[in-house]
Design a protein around this ligand. Structure first.
Ligand SMILES: [Zn+2]
Length: 180
């Protein structure tokens, strides 16, 4: 699961990278292309930095924990979740339909508890505010004051896993799943 890197051109002098709920966004000055060597080096370095915010690996989450988190947070946020399903998802941690079906990636079971909590809270807040605009951010701040920090660690965790998988492939022991 790759943190999606999106590129946006802006009226600006320098390159910048920020972590958003949908992944990593790189801001480019108008004259620069996403595939130029300068930009690639910058992105590599940025992803490295994400990765150095190490995540503790000790806590694992059971599917009961996951359901308890959903029950707890849907009550706190005041939204109705009609159905929860846990399954393999290729490019996302979770998704939520407007009719109240919450789909969670089975990969969440391998994440530390507080990052799973971030993902659950993120999705449930979407039942009140669909996009990641001001209203959504305000609610996230109210319910989970350190959500940005957790989001950054989640992105770092993904980069870390990816790197590990790459090394595994080099050693001939990795399981190939067609990338991501
Ligand atoms: Zn979202």
């Amino acid at each position: 699961m790759l943190p999606e890197v999106q590129y946006r051109h802006q009226q600006r002098q320098s390159l910048a990278m920020k972590v958003t709920p949908d992944g990593v966004v790189v801001l480019l000055p108008c004259g620069l292309n996403a595939d130029s060597p300068q930009v690639r080096t910058f992105v590599q370095a940025g992803l490295q930095k994400l990765q150095t915010s190490k995540v503790s690996e000790t806590s694992e989450v059971s599917s009961e924990d996951l359901k308890a988190l959903v029950a707890d947070w849907s009550e706190r946020i005041g939204v109705a979740v009609r159905r929860v399903q846990v399954r393999g998802m290729r490019r996302k941690w979770a998704s939520c339909s407007s009719r109240g079906t919450l789909t969670l990636s089975a990969d969440l079971l391998r994440l530390p508890h507080d990052l799973v909590e971030y993902v659950v809270c993120h999705e449930l807040v979407h039942l009140r505010v669909p996009e990641h605009g001001k209203g959504w951010r305000a609610l996230m701040g109210a319910y989970l004051p350190d959500w940005r920090e957790r989001e950054r660690r989640l992105a770092g965790w993904v980069v870390d896993r990816q790197r590990e998988r790459k090394f595994g492939d080099l050693g001939g022991v990795g399981v190939r799943d067609g990338g991501e």
